[in-house]
Write a protein that binds this ligand. Structure first.
Ligand SMILES: NC(=O)C1=CN([C@@H]2O[C@H](COP(=O)(O)OP(=O)(O)OC[C@H]3O[C@@H](n4cnc5c(N)ncnc54)[C@H](O)[C@@H]3O)[C@@H](O)[C@H]2O)C=CC1
Ligand SMILES: NCC(=O)COP(=O)(O)O
Length: 349
């Protein structure tokens, strides 16, 4: 493949006061990935952040949607979006929430127009977007679901090299993939959200995308219970008996390979994980702490079920580190690598 045939990946640079802009700069300074990565953000902000962290990177402003040149270390092509207000690293400003949303809209448009093969998102700050007046904003995942007009998407975080697989006696896959049945919900709303129809939609998407985007011929998915000890036979909660078990049985009849519901405390042990292609956790903080313990800084957040490829970092805006050049760009690199793999496997399928 010649350099001009490499897929275009639109990298939204996220909350301008966070570490997203400098991560884009850091990535541009390294050996380029097998893609033409184009940042979406304010060129002057990127130049200023490169200067602040002492990186010599040439920011090359393109026209929106213009094909980026072949990748070159030290050059960062940018599809420009203007900040709405001056930005200081580490200090949020509600006036720039619209800027962040503009970068997302531009990347979605580019994917839909065929100008980009996929998008990678640097972290945004959910709170400042909500405070700016977008009361229903929950995150990229839900934003992209609505922007793409689909009913359901699945948040899955994945690391290709999980901590527990480092032992010489490990014989399973080195990857750990954790998908979520519910995403950004207050804990008290989770039980009501774990319904049969939702689990059915989520598991069908997860199974189909593991096949299509990850090349796994017959995915085995481990499903967590919601309650301690997966409900202890109904004595510690009835969601397993009333909702999860009947749903899994119906999906097995469709041909999905599902184990569970398993108690979440022991599901995440090497014995179980060795035979899993993915785990479905019932809620955010049931699954993600395990994934982040096993691979923080090397994991990517992937949205499944979209008509476009979208990956992201495994961390947030890290306002405490912004503008200092101390943030670890490992997860951004993992997110770009995952996006390239998903684009390629999608083309082959
Ligand atoms: N993909 C996205 O857009 C995500 C956005 N967020 C948002 O980020 C904001 C802040 O969230 P927090 O819970 O504080 O999590 P955070 O990930 O921003 O920070 C947690 C801790 O991890 C450290 N950290 C984060 N990224 C790092 C990196 N690349 N290198 C080294 N250290 C790093 C931070 O310094 C901090 O100590 C929230 O608004 C949250 O919703 C959180 C996760 C993902
Ligand atoms: N904990 C993951 C997270 O908050 C990322 O959310 P999203 O912005 O990718 O939807």
């Amino acid at each position: 493949m010649s350099d001009t045939d490499l897929p275009v990946i639109a990298l939204t640079t996220g909350e301008p006061a966070g570490i997203g802009p400098e991560l884009a700069v850091m990535m541009a300074g390294e050996a380029p990935p097998q893609a033409r990565v184009v940042a979406v953000g304010d060129p002057a902000l990127l130049e200023e952040r490169a200067h602040a962290i002492g990186r010599s990177v040439t920011v090359r402003t393109l026209s929106p949607g213009e094909a980026p040149p072949p990748p070159r270390a030290g050059v960062l092509p940018v599809w420009p979006v203007s900040l709405r207000a001056p930005c200081q690293a580490g200090t949020l400003d509600t006036r720039n929430a619209a800027y962040v949303l503009d970068t997302l809209a531009m990347a979605v448009d580019a994917c839909q127009a065929g100008e980009a093969a996929g998008m990678v998102t640097a972290p945004l700050h959910k709170g400042v977007i909500i405070e700016a007046g977008h009361a229903d904003f929950r995150g990229h995942t839900e934003y992209l679901r609505d922007a793409c007009g689909v009913d359901e998407v699945v948040m899955m975080l994945a690391t290709e090299h999980a901590l527990h697989t480092a032992s010489p006696s490990w014989h399973g896959s080195t990857a750990l993939r954790v998908a979520l049945a519910t995403t950004h919900l207050p804990l008290r709303e989770v039980s009501d959200a774990v319904t049969g129809p939702r689990l059915t939609r989520i598991l069908r998407i997860l199974d189909a995308e593991l096949r299509h985007r990850f090349g796994i011929l017959s995915p085995r998915i481990l499903v967590c219970g919601l309650n301690p000890h997966a409900g202890e036979g109904g004595h510690l909660g009835r969601e397993e008996l009333d909702v999860i078990i009947p749903t899994l049985e119906a999906l097995r009849d469709e041909g999905l390979t599902l184990d569970g519901p398993l108690p979440a405390d022991t599901l995440f042990t090497p014995h179980h994980l060795a035979r899993a292609d993915a785990v479905l956790a019932m809620y955010h903080d049931q699954g993600l702490p395990v994934l982040k313990y096993a691979g923080f800084g090397r994991a990517a957040n992937i949205t499944l079920g979209l008509p476009l490829v979208r990956t992201s970092v495994d961390h947030g805006t890290a306002l405490d580190l912004a503008g200092r050049g101390e943030a670890d760009p490992g997860s951004l690199s993992a997110a770009v690598t995952q996006a390239i793999g998903m684009v390629r496997r999608g083309e082959l399928a």
